[in-house]
Structure formats: C-alpha cells, structure tokens
Design a binder for this molecule. Sequence first.
Ligand code: ADP
Length: 305
Amino acid sequence: MYKDFPASDRLLKTFTTIAEHIRVATGQPCAALSTRRINGGDINAAFCLEGFAKPYFIKLNRADLLPMFQAEFAGLQAIAATDTVRVPQPLLSGVANGQAYLVLEHIAFGQANRQSWQTLGRQLADLHRQPHAYFGWQRDNTIGSTPQPNHASADWLTFWRDRRLAYQLQLAASNGYRGNLQRLGERLCADLAVFFAGYQPVPSLLHGDLWGGNVAVDRQGVPVIFDPACYYGDRETDLAMTELFGGFAAEFYAAYQAQWPLEEGYAVRKILYNLYHILNHLNLFGGHYLSQAEKMITLLLAELA
Ligand code: ADP
C-alpha cells in the first residue's frame, strides 16, 4: 500500500503536473481537471482523471518506485503488441511533484457473462502462443511490490527454482521466516526435477499475476486484463494463479483447454506454481501465509516419496 499518501494540496499539484505531461504528450487541450479515487488495488493509489477528451487511469506511488511503473508500462505494451487480449493502453510514466505515476487508458467496466469468460479463455491461450527464445524477460519487474528477477535462462527448471522459489525463500529468511519453511524449501528446490518428468514447457508470454482482481470486462463484455507482471515462462503458471483465490468461471477453463489442452501433471505443478505467490504474500503481508506455504511444500514433498 502507498503509505505516505500526500495531503490534498500536494495531490492537486501532482495531478496538475501530470495533466500538463499528458497535454504535452498528446497535444490535447485540457478543460477543468477533476479526479476521483478508485479503490481495489493492493499496492498503489489509483484515480480516474477527467478533463481531456477521454478519461485517464492514474496510479501514484513514491518517486523511488518509478521502475515498478515503467515495468508495468512495458508489460502492458508487450501484451498489447500481441493483439490477443485487451489491456489498458499505457500512455505515460514519470515523476510529478515528487511522486511516481503511471497513466493508462481508463476503461469503464461492465458485467462479465459466459461469453466473456469463453473469450478470455481463448484469448489467454493465444497470448500464451507467443513464442520466445528463452525463459525470462527483457527487464526485471515486480510481483505486488516485491522485486521479480527475470534474467534469461534456457532452462525452465533452473528459472523457476532460482528466480522464483529460491528468491522468495531467501526474502522470507531475511524477513525472519528461517526455521521449518527454509528446511522444507531447500528439500523441494533440490528435487524439483520430479515435477517435470515427461513435461517440457515452452516460453509463453505470461500475464504473471492473473488473479480475479486483475481481470474485468468492458461495457461491451470484452475481457480486459491489467496490472501484469510479464515474463516468458510456463503457461501453466498463469492458469494456476487463476485458481488460487477462488477460480474463474468454468467457461474460461473449457475455452482455454479447447484451444490448447493442458498436459498431464498440471494438477501437481499447480501447487508448485502457486507456492510462489503464497511465498510472495508471506513476504508482503505475513500472517497465515506461513502455514499455507509450509502445507503446500509438504504436499509437494509427499509427491517425491
Ligand atoms: P494496484 O497496482 O495497486 O494493485 P490495480 O492495477 O489492481 O492497482 O488497479 C486498482 C483498481 O483499479 C483495480 O481493481 C480496477 O478495479 C481498477 N482499474 C485498473 N486499471 C484500470 C483502468 N485502466 N481503467 C479503469 N479502472 C482500472
């Protein structure tokens, strides 16, 4: 969460500066400026800014977090370039009046129906079909506000072990979670190969943070995904995350499977993939995520027996 949220007079100055940046970038005139707060995000303060021909969606955070917004901008660009699934068009990122900002197209959301879920399933499979030469991404980004290292690897097991699980486990150790979690985590990392016997994932362009809070539909029922943490990785990681906090509609899974069926072993790898997000939640929020992470690792270790 954006803890040092500025007082209203400073905020007004920030929005006036951002509006000026938008005016320079787009050449549009700006009428009387107005903003309203949008709730729902975990990390940043979000607003709708009106006064231009179209409304804009703005995120704010501390100035030192600008790279987080730059990476989100690059992720939205990468997904938009595939022409598969709708994302808000990114317009600008920068610093205004001592705060980092991200400006995106504002999308008015509507109600999802069966058709929208079907479309999303099909479109996500199309996004995952975007081929790539390596696992990783052109830059590091963040998952929530946690750094997410993306330097390239030709080998998925190495990537998942070192840049994802071991990275979060190390962070957990530095956050004070040293005992049982680390012992279990070390055993898991040493034996990961078992989960990939007979399975060779290819690098797919991923949303990377695909829980229900990052999916919506526009007023026409067209699905929109936002707030990505993109990289090229195993498509199963996106599917796993859709199931982590409640699951998407059945039509979504049926349409995805019809387009590109999942392979044997997904049901177990799903736990391995969601463990990353639970470790991240432990590092961000603490609390019961410790016992949840330990339970997940214990379940996975039972597969090795
Ligand atoms: P955070 O980075 O803090 O997690 P989100 O990107 O999830 O923030 O955005 C916060 C909320 O704003 C979302 O839950 C969604 O309802 C809304 N939202 C996100 N992007 C847009 C957009 N482009 N247009 C309109 N509303 C949006």
